[in-house]
Design a protein around this ligand. Structure first.
Ligand code: HEM
Length: 404
């Protein structure tokens, strides 16, 4: 028992401090190397796991590391559960079964022309000037329009959905504000759902709303359904925007990378994975200890919060040789950017499809793209990425960009 009784090392990680985001990965690397099982005194205290093996183990062990008491550190304070993220099996499994068929690579094929058009339309206004902020001018509309296309909500105002979703995410740690902002988004989505209830399904949201469940299953409540749609709508926004921007940043700034990709497109997927490993748009997720457990000899008690630090695990030298190097030739790039275990991201194939089609666009239509100013990095309690990426390229008329 002596090992378990030993006081753990303290590491003062405060993920609500904006100053953290200027040197996020240096801090996470330092924490992982000094205190792989760290105790941060912020917000009443939480554990932070940052070694790759520990994070994978905890993410796969819902009996000890539950999501039912929230997935954010500090907690969002929103009263409604996001589903399926904040459920344990067996209830969790039911929602995964409902959602997964719509997000396989194969199922997504039917949306490729529509997503290509969304990307073409996003680039079209900036082509004549030959200058753009890749984050705000181009990337912002793509993920929100892509999920709206799939769900069948393209008639919706994407700026409004984006604003509601971004406001909701920005309220993490401010319970009153979070509740108020969640209510605005919920009211909007409720209207979309109600319209489809009992009506013949003409889109994916309609199919989900009217899905027949096996008779022996407990029916999905209205609140659960709303929580599920809310997560689908919110989960892909900042995350995929950040993925697009960091991918383009690496494309421009890694010596020789663009030339390699132009010569060999089979490297595209490896390039995207290596970007996501080094720049995980979601750099941590939260859990709560459900029953007594221990990690590397450190005891953890029920009710204690745990942060799974994906951003540190992705750069763990015991898992990724020379981890700070951008290397598209990595033999095995099993990064944790989409999580691991039962809660692994449902939208991974969609996010990767959007990134692939954007990368194809850049390589095909504006291959001479280069930096046009200083990129601006930023973050939130569990998000990280570029807030601004000024680029320039040879101007061209949007009409000349032509068909794919
Ligand atoms: C680059 C873009 C994205 C990143 C980095 C990302 C990251 C993640 C991560 C890390 C988790 C696991 C959470 C955990 O450990 O508890 C997750 C879960 C989830 N993501 Fe994503 N995501 C992305 C895009 C999307 C998109 C486009 C969708 C749209 C459907 C989506 C839907 C979900 C859902 C529904 C879950 C919950 C899964 C569950 O709890 O079973 N994500 N995502």
């Amino acid at each position: 028992m002596t090992e378990l009784d030993e006081r753990p090392e303290t590491f003062p990680l405060d993920n609500t401090d904006p100053a953290l985001f200027t040197h996020l990965f240096d801090t996470l690397n330092q924490m992982r190397d000094q205190c792989p099982v760290a105790w941060s005194p912020s917000f009443g205290g939480f554990w932070a796991l940052s070694k790759y093996d520990d994070v994978v183990k905890a993410a796969g062990d819902w009996q000890h590391f539950t999501t039912t008491q929230g997935i954010m550190v500090p907690p969002t304070g929103a009263s409604m559960k996001v589903i399926p993220a904040e459920l344990d099996p067996p209830r969790h499994t039911k929602f995964r079964k409902l959602l997964l068929p719509y997000f396989t690579e194969r199922a997504l094929q039917r949306w490729v022309p529509g997503i290509e058009k969304i990307i073409d339309d996003a680039f079209a206004p900036v082509l004549p000037a030959g200058r753009a902020d890749l984050v705000t001018d181009v990337a912002h509309p793509v993920p929100v329009l892509a999920i709206s296309l799939i769900l069948g909500m393209l008639d919706a105002d994407w700026r409004r959905i984006r604003e509601l979703a971004a406001n909701f995410l920005a309220a993490t740690g401010k319970p009153e504000l979070a509740r108020q902002r969640a209510r605005e988004l919920e009211a909007y989505l409720e209207e979309q759902i109600t319209r489809r209830r009992g009506a013949p399904a003409t889109d994916v949201l309609g199919e989900l709303v009217n899905a027949e469940l096996p008779a022996d299953e407990e029916p999905i409540t209205a609140a659960e359904f709303l929580g599920m749609v809310q997560l689908m709508v919110v989960a892909g926004h900042e995350t995929t925007v950040n993925g697009m921007a960091t991918m383009t940043y690496r494309l421009i700034s890694e010596p020789g990378l663009k030339e390699r990709l132009l010569a060999d497109r089979s490297l595209t997927d490896a390039m995207i994975d290596e970007t996501l490993r080094l720049h995980p748009p979601v750099w941590n997720m939260g859990r709560t200890i459900a029953t007594d457990t221990e990690v590397r000899g450190t005891a953890m008690c029920p009710g204690e919060k745990v942060m799974l630090v994906y951003g540190a695990a992705n750069r763990d030298p015991d898992r990724f040789p020379d981890p700070e190097r951008f290397d598209i030739g990595r033999a095995s790039n099993q990064h944790l950017t989409f999580g691991s275990g039962r809660h692994r991201c449902v939208g991974e194939p969609l996010a990767k499809l959007e990134l692939r089609l954007t990368l194809d666009y850049v390589l095909d239509k504006i291959p001479d793209v280069e930096l046009d100013g200083e990129p601006v990095w930023g973050g939130g309690t569990n998000q990280h990425g570029l807030r601004s990426l000024p680029v320039r390229f040879t101007p061209r008329a949007a009409a000349d960009a032509g068909e794919r």
